[in-house]
Design a protein around this ligand. Structure first.
Ligand SMILES: [Zn+2]
Length: 352
C-alpha cells in the first residue's frame, strides 16, 4: 500500500516571496528612485503624475534642483510631501522609507527609542513619525465595506499606564495593582471563507465589556443577519436581535461541536499582549487604540510580502486629506503632552 503522500508546505514568511524589500536594497537606491517611489505612492490615482493640491491642475513647472512643482494655474508651489502627513518632516525621504520598512518587518512593533537609535535622530522625531503612521493606519481602516459572514467578537482587559500619585492619600485605587483602572479592547474579526483564519480586524477601546458599547460597534460595522461568534459573556446577548448568534461556552470547551470558536479573536489578543509587554511596556488610554489597530493591521496583512506592507503604510500616510493629529505635536509647549511623557520612560527603559 503506498504511504500517504505528505507534501511539505513552507510557511509563507519563510519563502522568498515574502521578502520583496530589504533595508540594504533601499540604502542602495539613488535619490531619483526614492523620489519616484514617493510620487507613485502619493499620486496613486494618476500613476505618479503630480497635480496641484490646491486647485487640482495637472499643468505645472518642475524645478529639478528643489524637486518642487509650481502650478501654472494658481501659482501654488508644492513638493511630494506638501499637504500630506509628512508635510513638515525634516527627514530625507530615504530615511522615512527605511523607518517604515523597519516597522513593516517588525512583527511586534518598534519603540520610538529603538527607532531613534536606528536612524540616529531625536526621540521626538522618531516618536512623531511612528505615531503619525499609526494614526494613518487608524484613519484609513474603513477602506473596505461592512463585515459580513462569520464575525468573531471578544473583549480583553488591558492596564493602560496611569502614573500613581506621590502621596498615598491621592491614590484613589490604593497601591494594589489589581485595583488599577483597566480598559477593555473589543475586537471584531471577520473569518475567511476557507477556514484560513481571519482577514479583517477592527478594534475599539471601551471602558468595560458591556452590552451598549458592544452593540454599537457591532451594528456600526457588521451587516445585519451576519453570524456573531462570541463567548458566553452577557455583553453579547443583545446581538441576538439583529444577528445570528453563536455562543462558545468557554467554561465547557473552547471549540463547540460544530467547530465554532473564537480562536481568531483570542489570537489577536495573544499578539497584542506580546507587543504590549515586549515593546510598548506602557501606554496611556489615549494611544491604546493606535497600538491595537497597528496589531490588527499586521494581522490582516500577514500574508503580504514586506514590500507591499511598507508601501501600503506609506501610501496611507501620503494620501490622507485631513490634517494629522500629530502635526506640530512637540511645539505645543503650553500643554504638557500627558501621553508623550508616559511613553518616554517606557522607551528609555527599553534603552537601558
Ligand atoms: Zn494650482
Amino acid at each position: 500500500m503506498p504511504s500517504k503522500n505528505y507534501t511539505h508546505q513552507q510557511h509563507f514568511l519563510l519563502s522568498a516571496k515574502a521578502r520583496s524589500l530589504s533595508i540594504p536594497q533601499i540604502a542602495e537606491w539613488d535619490e531619483e528612485t526614492v523620489f519616484k517611489a514617493f510620487r507613485d505612492m502619493r499620486w496613486t490615482k494618476t500613476g505618479g503624475e503630480p497635480y496641484c493640491p490646491k486647485c487640482g491642475s495637472v499643468d505645472h513647472y518642475f524645478s529639478q534642483g528643489r524637486r518642487q512643482w509650481r502650478c501654472k494655474d494658481c501659482g501654488h508651489t508644492f513638493s511630494v510631501t506638501s499637504g500630506t502627513w509628512l508635510h513638515s518632516t525634516n527627514l530625507p525621504l530615504k530615511t522615512v522609507l527605511i523607518a517604515i520598512a523597519l516597522l513593516a518587518d517588525e512583527a511586534k512593533g518598534i519603540s520610538a527609542c529603538q527607532l531613534m537609535r536606528y536612524l540616529d535622530v531625536q526621540y521626538k522625531t522618531a516618536f512623531t513619525l511612528y505615531h503619525k503612521l499609526r494614526s494613518a493606519l487608524l484613519a484609513t481602516r474603513y477602506d473596505q465595506p461592512a463585515m459580513k459572514g462569520e464575525v468573531q467578537a471578544d473583549g480583553a482587559y488591558i492596564n493602560p499606564y496611569a502614573r500613581p500619585a506621590n502621596k498615598a492619600e491621592d491614590r484613589p485605587h490604593g497601591n494594589r495593582k489589581s485595583s488599577m483602572p483597566e480598559t477593555c479592547i473589543l475586537v471584531l474579526r471577520q473569518a475567511g471563507d476557507k477556514g484560513d483564519g481571519a482577514f479583517r480586524t477592527l478594534t475599539y477601546v471601551i471602558d468595560t465589556e458591556n452590552a451598549e458599547d458592544v452593540r454599537y460597534h457591532v451594528e456600526d460595522n457588521v451587516q445585519a443577519g451576519s453570524t456573531i461568534v462570541s463567548d458566553e459573556h452577557p455583553a453579547y446577548g443583545d446581538l441576538e436581535v439583529n444577528f445570528e448568534r453563536v455562543v462558545v461556552n468557554h467554561s465547557v470547551c473552547y471549540c463547540g461541536p460544530a467547530g465554532e470558536n473564537t480562536n481568531q479573536a483570542e489570537s489577536f489578543f495573544a499578539r497584542f499582549r506580546r507587543m504590549f509587554k515586549g515593546q510598548i511596556h506602557k501606554a496611556s488610554r489615549e494611544y491604546l487604540g493606535l497600538y491595537a489597530n497597528e496589531v490588527a493591521y499586521r494581522e490582516d496583512t500577514r500574508r503580504w510580502d514586506n514590500g507591499r506592507i511598507a508601501f501600503d503604510m506609506m501610501r496611507r500616510m501620503l494620501t490622507l486629506e485631513e490634517e494629522s493629529p500629530f502635526r506640530g505635536y512637540w511645539s505645543r509647549t503650553k500643554v504638557k503632552p500627558a501621553v508623550a511623557t508616559d511613553d518616554e520612560p517606557a522607551g528609555l527603559a527599553a534603552a537601558a
